[in-house]
Design a protein around this ligand. Structure first.
Ligand SMILES: *[C@@H]1O[C@H](CO)[C@@H](O)[C@H](O)[C@H]1NC(C)=O
Ligand SMILES: *[C@@H]1O[C@H](CO)[C@@H](O)[C@H](O)[C@H]1NC(C)=O
Ligand SMILES: *[C@@H]1O[C@H](CO)[C@@H](O)[C@H](O)[C@H]1NC(C)=O
Ligand SMILES: *[C@@H]1O[C@H](CO)[C@@H](O)[C@H](O)[C@H]1NC(C)=O
Length: 431
């Protein structure tokens, strides 16, 4: 029985690989999809039930909901979770009273990559789950209060397309504080810059998928299968991060398509092309060391708050007990059993490295631990309701989620809004 299932799985993986190799790769999203073929071992330790289906009755009880409505309106009264509370430990609560934080159709800045409802998704339950820490509450998100806090300041996300996903979410969370015409979005070089005139606030994204220099640094053309990094070289990017008030870093997904990382011998500027193959955790540690030294040397903690996001998980090649349904493609509800983190193949060695490096730094870095809580959200990826090579998926592709689903990026509104609530909580409560 067990063997037969595994055979099915191997056959489907083989099929998948053949199909993927046949695809001409154009953009990062496709490359990310090619992840499916090789780097994740199929997790065996835990079976996750497909379509685990809680009836999403609102599980806010009356007492909680009257408490919620009591806080709506009195804008001065914001309660922060105590420092001692682990806001990343908790569970997802279905809450269609307070979620989503904005409406998909009301945020003009969302790109086609993430507007899942507009792209044909039938149910919007994924928008309505609220993260509830176990021992405290997150403060209600107030856009105006946040914009006041960010007045005359710059908030910048630095990293890969997951950080861009979070940046889009943040833009939507704050954009409603002013009417149209008083806000703008421009894309220039490695930057995407959203500006709110009335507050002199910018919410920016900077493309640097490895943080350090790499051959994948072009914000548009980075469909490179042989990714090569210069782990000790960061200044060219770092120049653009100086004097920013809030910096949010991440790097993970681009590490995941091969076991080893290619490390350039010499410099791109000098035309070097030779590289060494270095084991992923070793190369990752070298990169984070470079990043940490740059931050300690160039960032004034009196002026700038620095955040580092843990890995955004992927829901692919999973053993759902069904060889014909092996990824996030058809999932409509989160994993609600939080007694153990689900094993979806996340390389947790990398977050151990990150926490070690951060602890060794002079400058206090806020570690935003999004990994486990996002692992529960197999329902919330863009799946087949997204674009590929710049175009919406065709009906045929949509009918084939095992091959075409994007189980890396997230629909908006959705999970990245919660990541931003953590940032909001830390920024607002920081005096
Ligand atoms: C992140 O949070 C989860 C859930 O509380 C916890 O199990 C895990 O150890 C945390 N990871 C790190 C690196 O702190
Ligand atoms: C607007 O914000 C920038 C930093 O983001 C600051 O340098 C500039 O002085 C601000 N302008 C005004 C008029 O306050
Ligand atoms: C930060 O502020 C403290 C107290 O005002 C001051 O002693 C310290 O030198 C400042 N640090 C930097 C790097 O400017
Ligand atoms: C939750 O998951 C744990 C660990 O995988 C398992 O032992 C337990 O039986 C599950 N609980 C329910 C209610 O399914």
């Amino acid at each position: 029985m067990y063997n037969r299932k595994n055979n099915h799985l191997s056959v489907s993986i083989l099929l998948l690989s053949v199909l993927l190799i046949g695809i001409i790769v154009y953009d990062e999203d496709i490359i990310l999809k090619s992840l499916t073929q090789f780097q994740f071992s199929t997790p065996k330790s835990q079976k996750i039930q497909p379509h685990e289906n809680p009836l999403p009755e609102s599980n806010i009880n009356e007492q909680q909901s009257s408490k919620l409505s009591a806080t709506v309106g009195d804008d001065d009264d914001v309660e922060f979770p105590p420092e001692s509370c682990d806001i990343f430990d908790g569970n997802w609560v279905y809450d269609d009273l307070t979620r989503p934080l904005y409406k998909e159709e009301e945020c003009e800045f969302l790109t086609e990559q993430v507007t899942c409802m507009k792209n044909g998704r039938q149910e919007s339950m994924y928008q309505k789950w609220r993260w509830q820490p176990k021992d405290c509450n997150l403060p209600k998100f107030r856009g105006k209060l946040f914009a006041e806090k960010l007045k005359n300041k710059r908030l910048m996300f630095v990293g890969d397309s997951l950080n861009r996903n979070q940046w889009e979410s943040m833009v939507c969370m704050v954009q409603s504080v002013v009417s149209s015409g008083r806000k703008s979005l421009i894309r220039i070089g490695s930057f995407s810059i959203f500006r709110i005139e009335d507050y002199n606030v910018t919410v920016e994204f900077y493309w640097a998928p490895f943080l350090v220099e790499s051959n994948s640094d072009n914000p548009k053309i980075h469909s490179i299968l042989d990714r090569i990094i210069m782990p000790e070289s960061i200044n060219n990017h770092g120049l653009n991060w100086k004097n920013v008030d809030y910096l949010v870093f991440n790097t993970y997904i681009w590490w995941m398509n091969t076991r080893n990382m290619k490390v350039l011998k010499g410099s791109f500027d000098e035309g070097a092309t030779d590289y060494d193959e270095v084991e992923r955790p070793i190369a990752y540690a070298r990169v984070l060391k470079t990043w940490a030294e740059w931050v300690d040397k160039n960032i004034n903690p009196n002026h700038t708050m620095v955040f580092f996001n843990s890995m955004s998980p992927i829901h692919m090649n999973l053993d759902w007990n069904n060889p014909y349904d092996t990824n996030c493609g058809k999932e409509t509800s989160p994993i609600l059993n939080v007694s153990m983190p689900p094993d979806v193949g996340t390389d947790r060695r990398l977050s151990m490295i990150a926490t070690d490096v951060i602890q060794s730094m002079q400058l206090p870095v806020h570690f935003i631990n999004i990994t486990t809580l996002s692992e529960y959200r197999k329902d919330a990826h863009t799946s087949v309701y997204t674009i590929r090579q710049g175009k919406l998926l065709t009906a045929d592709q949509k009918a084939n989620p095992n091959i075409y689903a994007d189980c890396i990026h997230w629909c908006l509104p959705g999970v990245p809004d919660t990541w931003n609530e953590f940032l909001y909580t830390r920024i607002i409560s920081h005096s």
